[in-house]
Design a protein. Structure first.
Length: 450
């Protein structure tokens, strides 16, 4: 997951690394436990990625470490005691999927919006669909016990009659590696790539992909690579048919060379279908899933800084996004030049406090306070539209109130105008102690901590 690189800001990567200082045993599982005391590091989150761990193990671990638990899962087959549940597979309703397995207080990060991709996918390489398929990439998973890589190669050469370049990505853990090496050596237009540190460029340079329906599915979607997706494990049956029904991938009716070859041949002959698949795939996965999860885990580290003129472009982009305008009092787009003039005026206005929210090095939102002649401060805020639903709004409002009150301690309270259809903001303000009074949301200064 992406680091939130800034002094004092914990990241998911750092949290995982903190589990390396010592070991202790809980039940039959041996767990790494961080050192404590002078120079020790406190564990705030434990991230669990294992199908065997359930609520019993998670409760004991949370008690021992005094930490919160985040679990990565896609089976929904056991009771879990977690603060955060991450399932980046597609499902119609993840809360319903896990309703019998996690408590109502657990935050469920469900769907490809939270796909846990590496940093190279946050700004993916450009991909364009060409009329002709000149190259095909094959990646059937890190182990590929069933040797589906060889089946996919046979599908291309024999069933689909493809004579162009083929690249096969594999790992040194593949038990069929020697067979694949021999197969590649016998075919001058086939290249075997072993233990690539990153597959983003591999997906981007081949016109068509053949792959298994595991986590790499979301990597291909992020790149926009048209894909023949094969279910090679039972848990992938919950993913592959759904993506095929959405028109994002082509799914053969059986994991055989003949069936895969038919799908390959159909896509090779239909560039328009490949273009639609590519666009739909990229719309499903934007590469910021790991960042979203990290921000949710570290939401209580959100801080504020004064806005400056360098923030103009990002603030304008966030404010003009359709999701922001839909819940704004003024719905028309704002011209950039007008926005810059407003920002310059705001930065020089003693009766306005304009702040940028950030978690570590990542800017996430804006909050503004206008000090009124009534003695109240009018508050308005918005987040990066790509970061909604992560629990950042509540923290932004609370931290903003504290700074607004410190700047003018005599402020009597806060007031806000919120559209009735903006249910998320209404709930956020209500949770933070605001009450609707004569059409406006109000909170007295006495209710503000700090």
């Amino acid at each position: 997951m992406r680091r939130l690189d800034k002094p004092g800001a914990a990241s998911v990567v750092e949290i995982v690394c903190r589990m390396q200082h010592g070991r202790a045993s809980i039940g039959s599982a041996t767990l790494p436990i961080p050192a404590r005391g002078a120079g020790g590091l406190e564990t705030r989150w434990v991230i669990v990625d294992h199908y065997s761990f359930d609520a019993r193990w998670q409760d004991r671990l949370a008690t021992l470490l005094k930490a919160r638990i985040a679990a990565i899962d896609d089976l929904a087959d056991r009771t879990m005691s977690v603060d955060v549940l991450i399932d980046h597979n597609w499902a119609a309703d993840h809360r319903a999927k896990y309703q019998d397995h996690v408590g109502p207080e657990a935050w469920v990060a469900g769907g490809p919006r939270f796909a846990l991709l590496g940093p190279s996918y946050s700004a993916p390489l450009p991909f364009s669909v060409r009329d002709n398929v000149d190259s095909i990439g094959i990646f059937m998973g890190g182990v590929d016990a069933a040797n589906m890589s060889a089946a996919a190669h046979a599908a291309c050469r024999n069933a689909a009659k493809f004579s162009g370049r083929i690249e096969i990505a594999a790992t040194s853990a593949n038990p069929h590696l020697r067979e694949l090496q021999s197969m590649a050596a016998a075919d001058p237009k086939t290249k075997l790539l072993v233990d690539l540190p990153d597959l983003a460029a591999f997906y981007a340079r081949n016109d068509l992909q053949i792959g298994a329906g595991g986590g790499a599915s979301w990597e291909r979607c992020c790149i926009g690579a048209p894909t023949v997706l094969v279910a090679v494990a039972q848990n992938q049956m919950a993913v592959v048919p759904q993506l095929a029904a959405l028109g994002i991938v082509a799914a053969p009716d059986a994991p055989t060379a003949e069936a895969i070859g038919r799908s390959v041949a159909e896509l090779m002959s239909d560039p328009e279908r490949r273009k639609v698949m590519s666009a739909r795939a990229q719309a499903l996965v934007d590469g910021r899933g790991a960042e979203r999860v990290a921000l949710r885990l570290c939401a209580d580290r959100l801080e504020l800084r004064p806005a400056n003129i360098a923030d103009a472009e990002k603030m304008h982009r966030w404010r003009n996004h359709s999701a922001t305008r839909a819940v704004s009092l003024t719905k028309d787009p704002i011209a950039f030049d007008d926005h810059v003039r407003w920002l310059k005026s705001s930065l020089g206005n003693a009766d306005r406090l304009l702040l940028i929210a950030h978690v570590g090095a990542i800017d996430v939102g804006v909050i503004r306070f206008d000090y009124l002649s009534t003695g109240e401060a009018e508050v308005s805020l918005y987040l990066d539209p790509q970061l909604h639903g992560l629990g950042l709004g509540k923290r932004l409002l609370i931290k903003g109130e504290e700074q607004a009150l410190r700047r003018r301690p005599q402020t009597a309270g806060m007031v806000a105008d919120i559209l009735e259809n903006n249910l998320v903001s209404c709930q956020t303000f209500a949770v933070c102690g605001y009450a609707l009074n004569q059409g406006r949301w109000r909170k007295s200064a006495a209710g503000i901590d700090g």
